[in-house]
Design a protein. Structure first.
Length: 135
């Protein structure tokens, strides 16, 4: 049980490290603000008790206290997750809008360039090939 506990804590630390290293500064700030909540420190204190007394037992922690503390931390993390998801959604929408506008501009430029090229081609060959509409 202790090995599993340590393994889960290690996994969580790796996930948080990957998140912190890959998130942009604004999203990282959202997490850092959330992690200042008292529940984060309280959960760490309870983990320290569990690790320090793993061999001897006698943790002296009320299970209801643990449950309430970890629930508070989970709720903060859920709010953080919602805020990060909203930020990512907003960024994706802005990028989609920008890409769509860029595509429209490029299509307009291509059509205008094609029309100008066709006009030049027809102007040069108007008298010889009759491929273009006569005025």
């Amino acid at each position: 049980m202790y090995k599993k506990f340590i393994s889960l804590i290690s996994q969580q630390e790796v996930y948080i490290s990957v998140f912190e290293n890959s998130a942009d500064s604004h999203i990282r700030e959202i997490y850092e603000d959330a992690s200042k909540d008292a529940s984060f420190g309280q959960v760490q204190d309870l983990r320290d008790i569990a690790m320090n007394k793993a061999e001897t037992g006698g943790f002296g922690v009320d299970p209801n206290q643990w449950f309430d503390t970890i629930t508070a931390k989970i709720n903060i993390l859920k709010k953080t997750d919602d805020a990060v998801a909203a930020e990512i959604d907003s960024d994706a929408s802005a990028q989609l809008y920008s890409a769509r506008n860029g595509l429209i501009a490029n299509v307009i430029i291509a059509v205008l360039a094609l029309a100008a090229f066709a006009g030049l081609l027809c102007g040069r060959r108007q008298n010889t090939t009759h491929l273009c509409v006569d005025e």
